[in-house]
Write a protein that binds this ligand. Structure first.
Ligand code: NAD
Ligand code: UDX
Length: 483
């Protein structure tokens, strides 16, 4: 193990914060500084109210902060002092210009790279932690070497596979750590240095070393495969509803095939999160740039099915309720893109809520972690702005009149005509649904976009229940949704 290595990570977001906290915890002899140009985030990382909600994160940060883990806005100073510089800045989808709507926007990445070149006075290993298009390392290498003043930079690709809500668990016990580097002796030496960091807690056989392009592409490929599984099961869910098959039973049956495996086969109202859509669009763009139209179209379909699933859900809600939700109170339970996170980036709830608002519904929204301002910002924004990280989005002063955000599920559902479950928060499973039913307009509807409700129990209470991919109530069969 190498001693007294200094690590600096540029970007104190969902990836930079938790990954560096875990490195600091597992490597007490390494000094880790996480830097960001967005000062409020740094202030929050140094406070008791961390800027992101992630189970177990508080504990890790408390153990190391001030010892060998620091958060700072002095970006240049800490980059200059570091031996290894991780770059974990945001790489959203480009909203304007060449490749708009698909290509990755590398503005933040390039400015970070130029700054590294500017301030460095000693040799450094620069690690791509952000998800980037394959071949980005080549561009970054050019920027660094053309501005280097004789300093030697080695570029590594070390994509992050953590999922939000389970980030700490994923970082403690990763399925694998992937490190890509140049096949030169210097490149191999750099790989070894980063391997030594992870070797503090990750078993050697779980650290995979490849060339740069394989590492970069593997990240896009992994996310594309994962999202593709969800779109596949979601496509099946539509067929299940049409035929009387039950998507949970189908998932269970196919998942028993060890070649398919049981994970990531839950039908839903659609996948969300900052990564899947962005990374697939990026992959599609790269395929197109390489003249591979068929490959591009294949992956594009994964995103299209995801859009279809959200539209299908909204149509189901509206058509079940006599083809109009105008003026009706609809309770939205859950707004985050998955449980155990307060993150709303690309959450399917945005599309579903906007669809219902388009049909003039009155929404009462409850999420245990997402603040009201965030929900209002998300719903009042133009699509292109949603790709930006929350703090870079413009704040709209106009609160939408059709939307209220409330503090619990009972308040949200009181007096409503229907309930849409859009995030699978555990607390929604144990609500007193008899009480909720009593306080609702009749007929009372539940639309479960996450398959977490006890459908039989709800039907016994008297609800009309729609659950993605499950056999339909007689009521719903009589009101076919046009997708
Ligand atoms: P984020 O928006 O939460 O954090 C990025 C941070 O970088 C922001 O705080 C921003 O202020 C900062 N930043 C931007 N430019 C900077 C600069 N020049 N100098 C200093 N700081 C700068 O993003 P994130 O969710 O942490 O994602 C980061 C990268 O990791 C993305 O490429 C993403 O695709 C990838 N990734 C994300 C996840 C995830 O679950 N969120 C998982 C794996 C990979
Ligand atoms: C994903 C990848 O899992 C992770 O490896 C990568 O580093 C970042 O992107 P994340 O977006 O945080 O992680 O969460 P994930 O658990 O993958 O869920 C993504 C979306 O898919 C969520 O909206 C989730 O609800 C949905 N999903 C997931 C389903 O609809 N069905 C499933 O079976 C699994």
């Amino acid at each position: 193990h190498i001693n007294m290595v200094k690590i600096c990570c540029i970007g104190a977001g969902y990836v930079g914060g938790p990954t560096m906290a875990v490195i600091a915890l597992k490597c007490p002899k390494i000094e880790v500084v996480v830097v960001d140009i967005f000062e409020p985030r740094i202030i929050a990382w140094n406070s008791d109210q961390l800027p992101i909600y992630e189970p177990g994160l508080d504990d890790v940060v408390k153990q190391c902060r001030g010892k060998n883990l620091f958060f700072s806005k002095d970006v240049e100073k800490h980059v200059a002092e570091a031996d290894i510089v991780f770059v974990s800045v945001n790489t959203p989808t480009k909203t304007q210009g060449l490749g708009a709507g698909k290509a990755a926007d590398l503005t933040y990445w390039e400015s970070a790279a130029r700054m590294i070149a500017d301030v460095s006075k000693s040799d450094k290993i620069v690690v791509e932690k952000s998800t980037v298009p394959v071949k980005t390392a080549e561009a970054i290498e050019k920027i660094l070497t053309h501005n280097s003043k004789g300093i030697n930079f080695q570029i590594l690709s070390n994509p992050e596979f953590l999922a939000e809500g389970t980030a700490i668990q994923d970082l403690f016990k990763p399925d694998r750590v992937l490190i890509g580097g140049r096949e030169t002796p210097e490149g191999q030496k750099a790989i070894q240095a980063l391997k030594d960091v992870y070797a503090h807690w990750v078993p050697a056989e779980r650290i995979i070393c490849t060339n740069l392009w394989s590492a970069e592409l593997s990240k896009l490929a992994a996310n594309a495969f994962l999202a593709q599984r969800i779109s596949s099961v979601n496509a099946m869910s539509a067929l299940c509803e049409a035929t009387g098959a039950d998507v949970s039973q189908v998932s269970h049956a196919i998942g028993k095939d060890t070649r398919i495996g049981p994970k990531f086969l839950n039908a839903s109202v659609g996948f969300g999160g900052s990564c899947f859509q962005k990374d697939i669009l990026n992959l599609v763009y790269i395929c197109e740039c390489n003249g591979l139209a068929e490959v591009a179209n294949y992956w594009k379909q994964v995103v299209q099915v995801n859009e279809y699933q959200k539209t299908r859900f909204v149509n189901r809600v509206v058509s079940s309720m006599f083809n109009t939700v105008s003026g009706k109170k609809i309770a939205i339970l859950g707004f985050a893109f998955k449980k155990d996170t307060g993150d709303t980036r690309e959450t399917p709830a945005i599309g579903v809520c906007q669809g219902l608002l388009g049909d003039k519904a009155i929404l009462s929204i409850y999420d245990p972690q997402v603040p009201q301002e965030q929900i209002q910002r998300d719903l009042s924004m133009h699509k292109s702005e949603l790709d930006k990280p929350p703090h870079l989005r413009p704040v709209s002063p106009i609160a939408i009149e059709q939307v209220t955000c409330v503090r619990d599920a009972y308040e949200a559902t009181k007096g409503s005509h229907g309930i849409c479950v859009l995030t699978e928060w555990d607390e929604f499973k144990t609500l007193d649904y008899q009480k909720i039913y009593n306080d609702m307009q009749k007929p009372a509807f539940v639309f479960d976009g996450r398959n977490v409700m006890d459908v039989d129990k709800l039907r016994q209470i008297g609800f009309i229940v729609y659950s993605i991919g499950k056999p339909l109530d007689a009521w719903l069969k009589d009101m076919p949704a046009v997708a």
